[in-house]
Design a protein around this ligand. Structure first.
Ligand code: ADP
Length: 432
């Protein structure tokens, strides 16, 4: 790279030197005149190319680029190279963009690009079909003008897009849509819309099937259980040799009945996504009831204590919460060997209120923790069965907590004990 200031300096110095020689040969006036004319010609040349550059910049184009002379030749050559590079990358970019648009249009899911004001910038063909967007007409419109459902507007404003939103289509009631917002770049958002009607139908079929089978099995099991009870009550009439078989049949029937009851509870929890019997729950009597039940189940084998530190109540379903909390206390009793301690806590943490059950029981290995709330997942199935477990308790707890926007936290150390906590969000807390 050359310094054009030096170039201009040396040019003017050389011209001054030439004029000095001219002045020596002729006269000083001639030399001055020649020098001034030279400098004016030099400036005029620059002005001329500057004007050409200015005219070109008004309508730039590779074909209209002037050639230039002297230093201007280099300037125009550099500009030409830069323009060519720019136009090459521009065309590469637009062909990539075009390919991307083709690819996005070929996606089965609807894709809508939103700007930072939630206005529609672009959408693909499936978005037209699924969301009923219209080309030209809906571009640049805020998305909440077109998708007006309260759930969607709430989801959009929540800024928490970790979970997708399930929505019945407003265009056809048979269609269920799953909407997911993905933030990208600076404050832009992608709205992905998926038709999950088929998955939803299969899920409903699965739920109905389990509910129907459980329901159908309940009656015959009740009959069999009743007969077995009657037979085992007939003391002396049953041969002592077969009595143990009757006892075994009876305990297995009771276990099956328990599983069926839990399956029916799970089905009804899954079918009712919103809480129906929501009330203000007085926590003190509920916690005392839990304490009494836990002591009764323990039969004096454990020290069960209630620590009611928070003086707050919560809003929710009494029956559901009693069932979730007593699941945790009964697990603590069942998985803690005799002479262990079980502590029930009701505490505030910031704005949230936490119900926790801590035991000094067998504990759980860390690899099992993420799977505990799966249906029929047991760390030790033998122990679960022996203590009357169905493997569905924590799954029921999970569904109940989902209804209450609460979360389950499990901390455990094998051989030392476990702490199961239910964290209720601030909006559920009522000052007692
Ligand atoms: P179950 O009816 O088998 O107890 P749950 O769904 O209530 O089913 O619990 C799932 C599994 O989690 C249990 O089988 C047990 O292995 C483990 N578990 C639950 N609570 C405790 C606890 N307090 N201490 C140790 N293990 C526990």
């Amino acid at each position: 790279m050359q310094d054009i200031r030096w170039k201009a300096f040396w040019l003017l110095i050389s011209w001054a030197f030439c004029c000095l020689i001219l002045g020596w040969v002729t006269s000083a006036e001639t030399a001055w005149l020649a020098y001034v004319v030279g400098v004016i010609a030099y400036l005029a040349g620059h002005l001329y190319w500057m004007q050409r550059l200015y005219l070109w910049s008004l309508k730039p184009g590779l074909n209209f680029m002037p050639n230039g002379k002297g230093i201007w030749e280099d300037i125009f050559a550099n500009l030409y190279q830069e323009m060519r590079r720019h136009s090459r990358s521009q065309s590469q970019l637009s062909s990539t963009l075009e390919r991307l648009r083709h690819a996005t249009s070929a996606l089965p899911d609807g894709v809508v690009v939103l700007n930072h004001r939630n206005e529609i910038e672009w959408f693909n063909e499936p978005a037209v079909q699924r969301l009923g967007l219209k080309r030209q007409h809906d571009e640049n419109q805020p998305i909440y003008y077109l998708l007006r459902q309260a759930e969607f507007v709430q989801y959009l404003q929540s800024e928490d897009y970790s979970e997708p939103l399930k929505l019945k289509s407003w265009r056809s009631p048979d269609v269920t849509l799953e909407l997911q917002i993905i933030p990208f770049a600076s404050k832009q958002r992608l709205l992905i819309c998926r038709d999950i009607s088929a998955i939803e139908k299969t899920e409903i079929m699965r739920r109905d099937f389990i509910a129907n089978v459980s329901h159908e099995l309940r009656t015959p099991l009740t009959v069999v259980g009743g007969f077995l009870e009657t037979i085992s009550d007939m003391q002396g009439e049953v041969s002592p040799d077969i009595q143990p078989y009757f006892d075994m049949m009876q305990s297995q029937t009771t276990r099956m009945r328990r599983i069926i009851e839990d399956l029916l509870t799970l089905s009804s929890l899954e079918n009712n996504v919103v809480l129906k019997d929501e009330t203000d729950i007085a926590m003190e009597p509920l916690l005392n009831q839990l304490l009494k039940d836990a002591r009764a189940l323990s039969l004096g084998d454990h020290t069960v204590t209630l620590h009611m530190d928070a003086k707050v109540n919560i809003r929710g379903s009494y029956n559901e919460l009693l069932s979730a909390m007593s699941n945790l206390t009964s697990n603590a009793v069942r998985y803690t060997p005799a002479n262990g301690n079980i502590d029930i806590f009701w505490q505030m943490q910031d704005e949230q209120v936490i119900f926790s059950v801590q035991d000094t029981g067998i504990g759980i290995e860390p690899q099992h923790l993420p799977r505990l709330t799966e249906r029929f997942y047991r760390v030790d199935s033998g122990r679960s069965r022996d203590t009357g477990g169905t493997g569905l308790g924590l799954s029921i707890v999970k569904h109940i907590l989902h209804h209450h926007q609460a979360i389950l936290k499990v901390e455990s150390e094998p051989g030392k004990g476990s702490r199961f906590s239910i964290v209720f969000p601030a909006q559920r807390v009522l000052v007692a």
